[in-house]
Structure formats: C-alpha cells, structure tokens
Write a protein that binds this ligand. Structure first.
Ligand SMILES: Cc1cc2nc3c(=O)[nH]c(=O)nc-3n(C[C@H](O)[C@H](O)[C@H](O)COP(=O)(O)OP(=O)(O)OC[C@H]3O[C@@H](n4cnc5c(N)ncnc54)[C@H](O)[C@@H]3O)c2cc1C
Length: 234
C-alpha cells in the first residue's frame, strides 16, 4: 500500500536543485527513534516542494533549501531499506559523513596554513617579512602543531573505520577537534593577512566563513560531546 508523507525539513544541502531526496519520516509514532523509516521521493511528486532557499554565512557554492511535504503519496517501493530502521540507517551513514568532515577540515586547515606561511614570508612590514615577527611565527607554529595533531588522530580514526571497527566515539572526537581546529586556523590565517584577510581579494574571508559550518553541520559540537560523554556511561 502507499505511504502519505506530511511535514517539512529545513537545511537540506542542494535541496533547491535536487531531482531526488531521501526523506526520514515517522512511520510509528509510538516507537520514537525506532519508528522512523526512509523514503526516496522524486521532485515533481504532488505535494513535494522547495519552500525556500536559505541565505547563509558561507558555503555559497552549495545551495541549502527548505523542503515541504503536503500529503505526498509514494508507493510502497519508495521505502529505502527496512521499515522503522531509518534511524539506524542514518546513524550508520553519519559515522562516514562525520569522518569526511573531519578529514576535510584537516585538509582545509593545511591549505590555509600554507597560504598564510607564504604570505608571512613575502609580506614586508617595518623592513622585514612579517614572519620574522615572533607574534606571527608563533601563530604559524601553533597552527602547524594543531593541524598535525588533527591529521594524526583523524587518520587513526580513518584506519579504525576502514578496518570495520565502527569507531562512533572516535569519529565524534575527530569531527569535534578537527572542525574547531580548522576554525582557529582560518581565524589566524585571516589575521596574518591583516586587512587583506578581511577583504574578498584573498581567499581567507571565504575560507573563514566556510570553516564555521564544520562545528554545526553533520551534528553540532555539543552533540559530538554528548556522544563522547555517553560512550563513557555518562
Ligand atoms: C549549510 C547547512 C547544510 C545542511 N545540510 C543538511 C542536509 O543536507 N541534511 C540534513 O538533514 N541536515 C542538514 N543540515 C542541518 C544540520 O545538520 C543542523 O543544522 C545541525 O545538526 C544542528 O541542528 P539544528 O540546526 O536543528 O540546531 P538545534 O538542534 O536547534 O541546536 C541549536 C543549539 O542547541 C544545541 N543543542 C541542541 N540539542 C542539544 C543537546 N541535546 N545537548 C546540548 N546542546 C544541544 C546545538 O548544539 C546548538 O548549539 C544543514 C545545516 C546547514 C547549516
């Protein structure tokens, strides 16, 4: 028999332009998280609309939409996976998504470090490259140290994942640390560029805005801390 879906979801990456969406919907209200199922729905299905496109601080190359569903009728075959197993399917995917975010944060931070290092060697102030001022060189030293820590731990977690260990706690730790670290690195890289860092003539302003999504998307820093704390029985 058909399913009829009602509701809305804010913040869907590429939601304004996608042809298909995977929707999580409550299929058994009594069972809480064990009563959620996933469905594949095609754009154009009556009642399925993009209600708005959200303007954002960063990530402007990727649109973010709000989707609405009003009596959207889909066939039984639209069910993805098993009925009422949607939450577990989403959680399994989250481990990989969060790991990808941690890896992306490390590589973005590395790129910004290299840009800032080069600028510190080239930009002259008071007769010398700004990288010769200890205030600047120590900022770069801190950036490099934090990036190496983030990389080493994130690669360690990637290894656990590839070995099939389901490192839920470690992935939460990696995302928490790497995404926060990338924000700190973006902030310092911008500072090292002085006024140009704040301008749109260099890539720092965009990188600073884009990095800020890391501690929010795919589960916030606060939720990562919850996962870590609960894994210790708290
Ligand atoms: C650009 C962008 C793209 C996105 N793309 C997608 C997408 O494609 N698909 C998708 O499903 N989602 C997507 N999201 C949603 C994203 O995952 C959520 O915004 C994020 O998980 C936070 O949820 P929320 O916005 O409902 O914040 P809320 O849950 O309202 O949280 C608000 C604040 O309260 C804190 N908080 C909430 N609950 C707790 C708690 N239990 N303990 C402690 N603190 C808590 C949060 O950490 C946060 O600081 C996207 C978001 C953005 C910004």
């Amino acid at each position: 028999s058909d399913w009829v879906i009602n509701g809305s979801k804010t913040f869907i990456t590429n939601g304004a332009r996608c042809d298909w969406v995977v929707v999580a919907a409550k299929t058994d209200r009594e069972k809480g998280y064990a009563g959620i199922s996933q469905f594949i729905i095609e754009r154009g299905t009556p009642g399925f609309e993009t209600s708005r496109k959200i303007r954002k601080l960063g990530w402007k190359a990727s649109d973010t939409g709000e989707l609405s569903f009003t009596d959207v009728r889909v066939p039984a075959g639209a069910l993805l996976g098993e009925e009422n197993r949607g939450f577990f399917q989403i959680m399994a995917n989250f481990v990989w998504e969060r790991l990808i975010m941690a890896l992306g944060a490390v590589s973005n931070a590395q790129m910004l470090f290299e840009i800032a290092l080069q600028y510190a060697k080239e930009r002259q102030a008071f007769g010398q490259p700004i990288g010769k001022f200890q205030a600047i060189s120590h900022m770069l030293a801190d950036m490099a140290t934090e990036i190496e820590l983030g990389r080493a731990f994130t690669y360690h977690v990637l290894r656990l994942y590839v070995e099939g260990k389901e490192p839920v706690r470690e992935v939460a730790m990696a995302k928490l640390y790497a995404c926060d670290m990338a924000c700190r690195v973006a902030d310092r890289a911008l500072q090292i560029h002085g006024g140009y860092g704040y301008s749109e003539e260099f890539p720092l302003a965009r990188a600073y805005r884009d990095a800020r999504l890391g501690p929010i998307g795919g589960g916030t820093d606060q939720i990562m801390r919850e996962i870590i704390a609960r894994s210790y029985g708290l």
